[in-house]
Every structure is written in C-alpha cells, then in structure tokens.
Design a protein. Sequence first.
Length: 300
Amino acid sequence: MKNRRSSTGLPRAEGESAQGRRNPLGAATGRRSRVRTWQGANSRTRTEARKRAEIQSLQQGVRYRRVFVLVVGFVIIVSSLVVLLGTVGLFFETRSRPLTAAEQDRYKQEEIARRWQAWPATSVFPEEVKYFGLDRAQQYARRVGIAPETGCVKGLDSPLGGILQEHGCLTLLRATYIDQTASFVFTVGVAVLKDEEARVSVTDELTQDDRVGVLPVAFPGTVADRFGADQRQRTSWVGAGPYVVFTTGGYTDGRTRAAVPPEEILHSELWPAARSIGNQIAYFLADPPKVPPCTQGNVC
C-alpha cells in the first residue's frame, strides 16, 4: 500500500497518528529531539556561588572554633590560677605557726570562760578544799552538797542580783561546805558573766556590805540543814576571770547573826576559813591554762 501524502506535500510516517503531529516549523513533535541541551551561563554562576558560600561557611566555622578554643583555654588558665592561689593561701593560713601574744591571751580567756560548762560540777566545787586554820595549820573543808543551777537574781540578795542581771549574768552555781571540825558551814556561789570585761563592770558596782551576798543552801539531814539567810555571819566576794565568787559563813549550830552580840567577836577561824575556801574555788576556775606554742599543737 502506498504511503499517503499529506496535504502539505511532505511524506507521512507510517503509524504516526494525527494527534502526535506538530507544526513542521520547529515545534516539538512526538519524536524525542536529538539535540543535547547545555547548561547556560546562569546555571554555572549559581553553582560556583554555592561552592563559594560553602567554603566561606566552613572558613567561618573554623574561625569560630578557634575563638571558642581560645576562650575556653583562657577560662581554664584563669581558673587554674585562682585554684592555685587559693590553695597556696589556704596552706599558709592553716599551716602550723607560733601563736601571737594576742592569740595566746584569747586562748586563755576562752578556756577559762567555758570551764563552768566544760567541767563537771564536782570539778567546779571539789569534794575537799584546802584552807588554813589556827596557827596556819593546813586543813580541809568537805563538800556537803551541790545546789541546782539557778538565776543570779534568785540566788543572791536583791541589791546584788539586780546589778548582775543588768550586766548579763548567765547563771549562778552554788555548793555548801563544812570545815574540818564541822563547827562552821559555808556556801560558795559562782556568778557567771559573759566575759571578763562584764565581770569588771559588775565588781565596780558591788557593795562591800558584809550583810548581803549569796543566799545559803541548806541540805536537810546533814550538819548544814539549819544554814539559812539569818544564820549568815558575814559575806564577801572576789572576782576572777568572768566569774564573781561569793562566800558566806556561819555556825552549824544554827545561831543567827542577830543572836550574836555586837561586842562578841566571831570565832577567829570562821571567817579566814570562809574566805580561803572562796579564794581557792576562784583560783581553780581562773587558773591560766597551759597554752600550746603553735596553732596546731606543740609543733610549728
């Protein structure tokens, strides 16, 4: 069968449908073009720009990383210097060294000031206290009992209690003793101030009136069971460290002060024994401790 010619005069391919035909003036036909397409100049420019942007981004990241490493290194160096200086300072601060004179005084004051709490009551008031009797004979007073801790206002006559309270008296410790012959009875009271400065202020205001002082403590069923405020013959006090040590004495037979005629002299041993006992207890409390030569003991 002969190929039919188109109305244009051009031969028509076999099997080519009418729908697949295009204009012969250059429009695409159903057949794939054999002409290879080439990238234009704009495409190459975009590729090169993208590569340059990637390179710049990498270079900027490298710069940021270098800056970060430098900053971190600087921080580590500064931190190491701070730790090193702190360690050196701590070493020099805590290393053992000789105590200064001011530190030695402070050590003594603090040690003495806490004895009333650190020591047991039996150390504040020993079972036996040495005193001197007639002809300077050494004798020992024996402790009858230790009273419960009380306030300064309750354990002292009102004029003295008020003064101590104004200066911050912390507490009052009391114990009762009898002499070696059991003829005399004594009550010793230890008023505790916050420091030695407060104690000096208190003693500057205390009266020397021997009719007022610490209130006696009687212990029923003992030789001191009749010792009360009326039985006091004399009273006194002495300052030592942050403590004011009060002492009062009387007779174990219960005689009152009013019952003793003014012209009658007290027994020559009563009052020296009372003062000696009070002074001994004050000495125990305020005796300067042995101070270590160095901040960490005996080795500097």
